[in-house]
Design a protein around this ligand. Structure first.
Ligand code: IPE
Ligand code: IPE
Ligand code: MG
Length: 247
């Protein structure tokens, strides 16, 4: 795979756990369990090909509205997987970071997150950014509040300053966002940061998603022409030499 065009930052909306379980006549939590297990292979594969940041959408701020028993199963899985993966993060050089609204998380989860973030702070192979209790609009609201509290004046507001107040501060915007399970929407994921992301949608349910499919998504990404509002790259020389207009 060509190194030059490897996305620096990939976001994944890990959707379809419930349907995966229901299709098999299993309770939804079995799907969540299988879903959590997929994260290890995918993050190690991303790290292996030189991706710098992997953002995974694990629990949205809207997901708090799910039935209480499902929410507590997901919180339990988070707790056990964070504890269980810690050694592996150290071995693999993975820096863990949670993004999202921590005030809504139970105290024990918050404490584990903080512990794992601190312990993995110096790891530098891959940043695994886990969106937990996360909503893009909520993140922007909290960023605006932080900006006002810091005394920022209206004339000092720039895209860079706003980015710097977001939970994702310091990481590049996602180049590629993958969503599994066939849904084609953002569901409040990385709203500000995805302004120029490329999207890859697949019908595969998250518990069935493999590293091979991630490589396929990256391959498709590599064929895209990212114009960022400019004209296609093969036209730019025409313009500069004045040979012909692109219009
Ligand atoms: C994604 O799977 C995981 C979370 C949102 C926590 P879902 O639980 O949304 O699975 P479906 O969409 O119901 O199949
Ligand atoms: C989005 O999935 C959130 C996560 C994958 C964690 P949902 O299943 O909650 O999204 P909607 O409700 O289908 O938009
Ligand atoms: Mg879903």
């Amino acid at each position: 795979m060509e190194k030059r065009t490897i996305p620096r930052h990939i976001g994944i909306i890990m959707d379809g756990n419930g349907r995966w379980a229901e299709m098999r006549g299993l309770p939804r939590f079995e799907g969540h369990k299988r879903g959590v297990e997929r994260v290890k292979e995918i993050s190690e594969a991303a790290s292996g090909i030189g991706v710098e940041v992997l953002s995974i959408y694990a629990f949205s701020i809207e997901n708090w509205m799910r039935p209480e028993d499902e929410v507590s199963v997901i919180m339990g899985l988070l707790e056990s997987s964070l504890k269980g993966e810690f050694i592996n993060f150290m071995k693999e050089g993975i820096r863990f970071r949670a993004i999202g609204n921590r005030d809504k998380l139970p105290e024990n989860i918050r404490a584990i997150i903080e512990g794992v973030e601190q312990a993995t702070e110096k790891n530098n192979k891959l940043i695994l950014q886990c969106a937990l209790s996360y909503g893009g609009r909520d993140e922007i609201i909290r960023a605006v509040r932080k900006a006002l509290d810091s005394g920022l004046k209206s004339e000092d507001i720039t895209e860079e300053r706003i980015s710097g107040f977001l939970d994702t501060a310091g990481t590049p915007d996602p180049d590629l966002i993958i969503r599994t399970s066939g849904e084609q929407r953002l569901s409040n994921f990385l709203l500000w940061q995805s302004a120029y992301s490329e999207f890859y949608f697949t019908n595969t349910l998250w518990p069935d998603f493999t590293k091979e499919e991630m490589l396929e998504a990256i391959h498709e990404y590599q064929m895209r022409d990212r114009r960022f509002g400019k004209v296609a790259s093969h036209h730019s020389s025409d313009l500069s030499t004045g040979v012909r207009s692109v219009f």
